[in-house]
Structures are given as structure tokens and as C-alpha cells.
Design a protein around this ligand. Structure first.
Ligand code: HEM
Length: 216
């Protein structure tokens, strides 16, 4: 079956460290915040793990950022410059996930090297990677040493505000993971997208089983 190289090595390394790290952060974060509700480890161990893995994830983020900033692959994040067209194709994609897919319609998005994401993906990944993830790292670092960063915490409205932002984004990511994994299983086979994030290659059959690779 024809294949397209869509996920270069730095993206794959970043992604899997990030994925397992996020799961660990959610588990330890849950243990810290909702103490008594689960009892997987001591409060102290949860805090220490949460801090260490947090700093690993901050460093890891720069693999993703530097890779896209210094290669032309950044084009995968803005293939369509016309906002109206972008909105229309996002709507078409949402209709497919919400309705068409259950009738067996073909996916309206066709993968190519610079269009590995559909419009919904390119938009939501940008909001996540350029807004929510940095905000989570920033609030996390502030909470890591509230004394050292007391000046900045006060400017932002106090520990309660910073902590609430951190917890709200934590709740978002806890839900995002389920949605993301569900969507990741909607390739031409259950494992197609997940395998592509491991090997780098996405297989590209069309709805009749023919090659899509040469169309783009
Ligand atoms: C076990 C958990 C996860 C699985 C199985 C998974 C799976 C995948 C797969 C298959 C892709 C390929 C493209 C796609 O289908 O959208 C992808 C891309 C992506 N995932 Fe995940 N993911 C996981 C966790 C996460 C987490 C926790 C984040 C949090 C930020 C995340 C952020 C992203 C981003 C930003 C991309 C696009 C990467 C790029 O720039 O090429 N993933 N994921």
C-alpha cells in the first residue's frame, strides 16, 4: 500500500515522551489535588514525580517547537490561508466525525506531506501547543516555587487564580486525551494513525482501496 512520510523523527520522539508524560502528570496531579479519592502513592511521591516529569515535559516541548520553527514542515500547520475556506473545511470535517462516519462516508480529508492534518486538527493542535501547553507549564512552574515567584503570582491575582488556571487546564487535558485517542483510532484501520506516529509513515488508501499518494 502507498505510504507517505508524515511524522519526522523529532516529532515522534517528542510525541511519545509527551503522551506518557501527560498521562503520568494527570495521575500524579489527580493524586495531589484529590487526595483521599485515589491512593496510588503517597502525597510526597506524587509531588516529587509531578515536578520532575513536569520539567522533563517542558524540555521536551522545545524538541517540537524548534523542529517546526526551523524546518519547512511548519507548513502542515497553515496549509489554508483563507479563513473562510478553513472554517468551511472544519465544518465539513466535524459533520463527518459527528454523522458521516456512522453512514460509512469517506473521510473528506486526504493526507499529503504538507496536509497531514485536517482543518480541525491543525487548528486545535495549534491552540493546544501554542496556548494551553505553555500556559500549563508556566502556571506549573509558578506553583512549584510560590515564594520565589510571589511577585509574578501577585500580578496574576494570587495563588488561587494561578492554581485554578492550572487545574482547569488539567481537566481539559484529562478530557482531551480520551477524545484524541478516539480520533486517533479513526484511520483506515484502528491502528493506522497510531502506527504512523511510531513509524513516521501513513498508509494512504482511498475509499476504493487505490493510492492517494500521487494526487498531491
Ligand atoms: C496515549 C496517548 C496518545 C495517543 C495514542 C496519541 C496519538 C496520536 C496520533 C496517532 C497522532 C497523529 C496525528 C493524528 O492522528 O492526530 C497524534 C498527534 C498529536 N498528538 Fe497525540 N496521542 C496521545 C497523547 C497526546 C497528548 C497527551 C498530547 C498533549 C498535548 C498530544 C498531542 C498531539 C499533537 C499536538 C499532535 C500533532 C503532532 C504534530 O505536530 O505532528 N497527544 N497523537
Amino acid at each position: 500500500m502507498p505510504r507517505i512520510y508524515v511524522h519526522p523523527l523529532p516529532v515522534r520522539i517528542w510525541h511519545w515522551i509527551n503522551a506518557f508524560g501527560f498521562i503520568a502528570m494527570i495521575v500524579t496531579g489527580f493524586q495531589i489535588r484529590y487526595i483521599g479519592l485515589i491512593d496510588l502513592m503517597s502525597f510526597r511521591s506524587a509531588v516529587v514525580l509531578h515536578e520532575w516529569i513536569g520539567f522533563v515535559l517542558i524540555g521536551n516541548f522545545f524538541i517540537w517547537l524548534i523542529f517546526y520553527l526551523f524546518t519547512d514542515k511548519i507548513r502542515v500547520y497553515h496549509p489554508e490561508l483563507n479563513p473562510m475556506k478553513h472554517f468551511q473545511s472544519s465544518l465539513r470535517q466535524a459533520m463527518f466525525y459527528g454523522y458521516g462516519i456512522f453512514k460509512g462516508d469517506p473521510n473528506p480529508h486526504h493526507v499529503s506531506v504538507y496536509e497531514k492534518f485536517n482543518s480541525m486538527q491543525s487548528m486545535s493542535y495549534q491552540v493546544i501547543m501554542l496556548l494551553l501547553v505553555p500556559l500549563q507549564f508556566w502556571t506549573g512552574v509558578l506553583l512549584w516555587d510560590v515564594k520565589r515567584f510571589s511577585g509574578m503570582i501577585d500580578v496574576l491575582g494570587g495563588v488561587r487564580v494561578v492554581d485554578t488556571a492550572h487545574v482547569l487546564i488539567f481537566i481539559f487535558f484529562s478530557g482531551f486525551i480520551f477524545m484524541h485517542i478516539y480520533l486517533a483510532t479513526l484511520g483506515h484501520t484502528r491502528m493506522a494513525h497510531i502506527t504512523s506516529m511510531i513509524t513516521g509513515y501513513e498508509e494512504t488508501p482511498d475509499e476504493h482501496g487505490h493510492a492517494e499518494a500521487n494526487k498531491h
